[in-house]
Design a protein around this ligand. Structure first.
Ligand code: UT7
Length: 330
């Protein structure tokens, strides 16, 4: 019988641009207030990339930190997947630029585009390559410069997003047997992806290379998205737990996509999880799209909340619409 492989997350890292923009600062530019933004979203500030600082720069900083944490050299990486909706150029993939910046020629690199669900999609793709035995070590990055696609005159979107990057290193290992409680050994236990293209228009850019030959700006039907997020996230979380034979009580940490504190609280409530077991960074980072989960993960690993053996549930929903979840034994 062939040996079953599992992908283990052996290191993570993140990077935030230096410049912090507060709600108060935004209120001097558009008709909004700190009170409205905090009450409706939970956001207090966001980081914004400096002029000339690109998605690839953010990604590369996060990747180096993840590789350092894992004790892995760039030359050992067989696969780089970069989840982003704000690539440096229309083509080629920003992941190939990161490969060059890390100064490695090993393996292959490509981008994944699933907007705010991008990190979960990229993790699922990398996990499949690793479990198939086609890749030994993979670097999965979520990096965004959302500030470049925002319409800074549109208060319904410009207050919601920020820039940043997070990364994890995956390594293939022989799957361990479940412990005495029946909980599987260390590694990614499962990933679950969904999309509904009929909702393409509720969150999209107003431009694109094939359509207007311009990048365009973000356009979002916030209320519609909110409604779908609550329903879709609850269902994918249920699906994920069922696939692993685990119960809500087995979850140590929920690391959700950081789009809105009210969506995060709603998902945690459905799972019966107290706020103390939910990793929340939206107050400081805002919505960094594909970067939000690996950024939050890195915060909670570095401050010692997420420890070896813990069960970590990650979930996200974004444009497309796309959504997904992944369960990991740390
Ligand atoms: O990460 C990808 C997925 N994204 C999401 O899941 C986002 C989901 N949606 C949301 O998080 C929320 O719908 C928003 C935060 C975007 C909006 O919150 P809301 O409670 O749905 O507000 P709303 O759009 O219904 O707007 C309520 C009012 C409106 O005024 P009127 O029509 O009631 O007079 C808006 O014009 O708030 C107004 N408004 C603002 N006021 C002050 C909208 N944006 C702002 C603002 N400052 N920035």
């Amino acid at each position: 019988m062939a040996t079953a492989l599992v992908s283990q997350i052996i290191g993570c890292g993140s990077y935030l641009p230096e410049r912090v923009v507060s709600n108060q600062e935004l209120a001097t530019r558009v008709d909004t207030s700190d009170e409205w933004i905090v009450e409706r979203t939970g956001i207090r500030q966001r980081h914004i990339a400096a002029e000339g600082e690109l998605t690839s720069d953010l990604a590369c900083h996060a990747a180096r930190r993840a590789l350092d944490a894992a004790g892995v050299l760039p030359a050992e990486v067989d696969l780089i997947i970069l989840a982003t909706t704000t690539p440096d150029h229309t083509f080629p993939a920003t992941a190939t630029r990161v490969q060059a910046m890390l100064d490695t020629r090993n393996g292959f690199a490509f981008d994944v585009q699933a907007v705010c669900s991008g990190f979960i999609y990229a993790l699922a793709v990398a996990d499949n390559f690793v479990r198939m035995g086609q890749v030994g070590t993979a670097l999965v990055i979520g990096a965004e410069t959302m500030s470049r696609v925002l319409d800074w005159g549109d208060r319904t979107t410009c207050v919601l997003f920020g820039d940043g990057a997070g990364a994890v290193v995956l390594r293939g290992a022989v799957a361990a047997l479940p412990d005495a409680q029946g909980i599987p050994g260390r590694g990614i236990l499962s990933t679950h992806l969904h999309s509904n293209g009929h909702l393409y228009d509720i969150l999209r850019a107003s431009g694109g290379p094939s359509w207007t030959q311009t990048v365009g700006h973000m356009r979002m039907q916030g209320k519609e998205l909110f409604r779908h997020a609550v329903v879709n996230l609850a269902s994918v979380v249920e699906e994920t737990l069922a696939a692993s034979g685990l119960a809500q009580k087995d979850i140590d940490w929920l690391v959700p996509h950081q789009a809105n504190l009210r969506i995060i609280d709603g998902t945690a409530k459905k799972l019966g999880l107290p706020k103390s077991r939910v990793v929340t960074t939206i107050d400081r980072h805002a919505n960094t799209s594909a970067a939000s989960i690996p950024l939050a993960l890195d915060v909670a690993v570095r401050d010692g909340r997420i420890k070896p053996g813990h069960i970590v549930l990650m979930e996200a929903m974004g444009g497309g619409v796309t959504w997904g979840a992944s369960l990991v034994r740390w």
